[in-house]
Design a binder for this molecule. Structure first.
Ligand code: THU
Length: 127
């Protein structure tokens, strides 16, 4: 299979920051998921007054893909408004590990610094 077009996926993740609903943190995160069918699903973080009910951008995009019936995830890009690349939370690591094993995770800072990783690197020790 060809190497995914990470530049296009990164651009989609940057654009997805506009989809964020982040009135509490003002921290707008964008994510874009590339599936095996070649479809890109976007998502922004969606917060709630009950903060624990908030959902990170990467889970919004990933669950959107799953909700549309996609089951094979090739890559996910995440853009955070930070000067260095993000570090996904534990919930996201767990969900990525189960729903997107072996995919490429592209973490991006707001000025385009990039780190490539995998769900297995983000959450080792699962056997
Ligand atoms: N957030 C994400 O959406 N993804 C990350 O990788 C880091 C954090 C969101 C959660 C919350 O809405 C806000 O950023 C502040 O933590």
């Amino acid at each position: 299979m060809d190497q995914p077009d990470y530049a296009a996926l990164a651009a989609a993740a940057f654009a997805a920051r506009d989809l964020a609903y982040a009135p509490y943190s003002q921290f707008r995160v964008g994510a874009a998921v590339l599936t095996a069918s070649g479809t890109i699903f976007r998502g922004g973080n969606v917060e709630n007054r009950a903060l624990q009910a908030s959902v990170c951008a990467e889970r919004v995009a990933l669950l959107s893909a799953f909700a549309a019936g996609e089951r094979q995830i090739r890559a996910i890009a995440v853009v955070t408004p930070t000067p260095t690349v993000a570090s996904p939370c534990g919930f996201c690591r767990q969900v990525l590990r189960e729903l997107a094993p072996g995919c490429t995770v592209v973490l991006l800072s707001i000025d385009g610094k990039r780190r490539l990783t995998t769900p297995e690197d983000l959450l080792p020790g699962m056997g």
